[in-house]
Design a protein around this ligand. Structure first.
Ligand SMILES: NC(=O)c1ccc[n+]([C@@H]2O[C@H](COP(=O)([O-])OP(=O)(O)OC[C@H]3O[C@@H](n4cnc5c(N)ncnc54)[C@H](OP(=O)(O)O)[C@@H]3O)[C@@H](O)[C@H]2O)c1
Length: 334
């Protein structure tokens, strides 16, 4: 496992982070603990969760597993923003909600500090100064080590960086966006801001919930019991109806072709493509069981040749729309 600096910070994280959204949902407590053991035994040190995953069970499972472990060798990331109850203050990035959510996360995680505390998404109803000053206080109190955000648009990310700079708030070290071969929108705005400002990028859903594992085929219904087979029912964004289109199948054909040529699993090639993209620090791998995790950890320790990176990049190129097409054409003519 290689280690990379998280943005401009001095923190070194393993190049594969472990996502724990399946903990307490698809994966039992026992299976989840085994996955944590395997991941750390392979050199992984970066564990991502959120206060809302399985209504807190994901944090609880990590907390129980942490007992007797070398806490300081691990980087635990969690998030705040989405509803934790029905009350008017049980949601958002207000001082009140952040301060209560952090205490609940610390208790469930059985730790006295969070390494990376992330705003799970923008909150347009709370002044940004209020959220950022609260995060700064948490860092000053030693409850949080580093500050990150997730699901921000480009202007939201830049606004945060600028306000942090102007007001001397705790620096922003990472952004956690959706990024994979099928979803490359962040390359338009978020990635340029992150690269320009030295912010680490830790992509979520690097296999788009299973789409990029090679187990789905044109014209076939997604198997029962898989994330994609369930997504429609719960309205999850990786649903079959959203991705069952020519662009997806074109990308998957190329992914399967490259995997065959290099003798690796499609998921390993898809993760490798992401790992070698400019600006990316550490994709957050997800798995429902040990077998999947073993395969996905196999994305570490080798390089995908540039000709394969290029062909995958080409086949998954975004169709540009205004103003991006206009800007690109104007730039080409210059
Ligand atoms: N910030 C956010 O808003 C946000 C949102 C989502 C996720 N996240 C973070 O990102 C992490 C990863 O997201 P994700 O779970 O969507 O990642 P993902 O890797 O795109 O999808 C994981 C799912 O794909 C299938 N899969 C994975 N590896 C496989 C393999 N080798 N063979 C066959 N199937 C395989 C499994 O589902 P099936 O077995 O059901 O097919 C698994 O649960 C999460 O745990 C969480 O920490 C953050």
């Amino acid at each position: 496992m290689e280690y990379r600096f998280l943005g401009k910070s001095g923190l070194k994280v393993s190049e594969l982070a472990l996502g724990t959204m399946t903990f307490g949902r698809e994966a039992s407590k026992e299976e989840s603990s085994k996955m944590l053991d395997l991941y750390t035994s392979e050199g992984g040190n970066f564990i991502d969760t959120a206060n809302v995953y399985s209504e807190g069970k994901s944090e609880e499972i990590i907390g129980e597993w942490l007992r007797g472990k070398d806490r300081d060798s691990l980087i635990i990331a969690t998030k705040v923003r989405f509803p934790t109850g029905k009350g008017p203050n049980d949601v958002g990035l207000s001082r009140k909600h952040i301060l209560s959510a952090v205490e609940h996360s610390l208790r469930r995680l059985r730790t006295d500090y969070i390494d990376l505390y992330q705003f799970h998404a923008w909150d347009s109803l709370t002044p940004l100064e209020e959220s950022l000053s609260t995060m700064t206080d948490l860092v000053d109190q030693g409850k949080v080590r580093y500050f990150g955000v997730s699901n921000f648009t480009g202007w939201q990310l830049q606004r945060t960086v600028d306000l942090v700079r102007e007001m001397g708030f705790t620096p922003l070290v990472s952004v956690q966006p959706l990024y994979n071969l099928l979803d490359r929108y962040l390359e338009l705005e978020v990635l340029p801001v992150a690269m320009n400002e030295g912010i680490g990028v830790i992509p979520w859903s690097p296999l788009r919930g299973g789409w990029l594992t090679g187990k789905y085929r044109r014209g076939m219904a997604p198997p029962e019991g898989t994330r994609i087979g369930t997504a429609e029912k719960y309205g999850w964004s990786e649903a079959w109806s959203r991705y069952n289109n020519e662009r997806t199948w074109r990308i998957l054909d190329k992914l399967l072709e490259v995997s065959k040529e290099v003798g690796r699993e499609p998921s390993q090639v898809a993760l490798r493509w992401l790992l070698q993209r400019p600006g990316v620090t550490a994709p957050i791998i997800g798995a429902r069981n040990m077998d999947q995790l073993k395969v996905n950890l196999g994305a570490s320790g080798w390089k995908l040749e540039s000709k394969y990176i290029e062909s995958l990049t080409e086949v998954s190129e975004l169709e540009l729309f205004y103003p991006y097409d206009f800007v690109m054409n104007a730039q080409k003519r210059r």
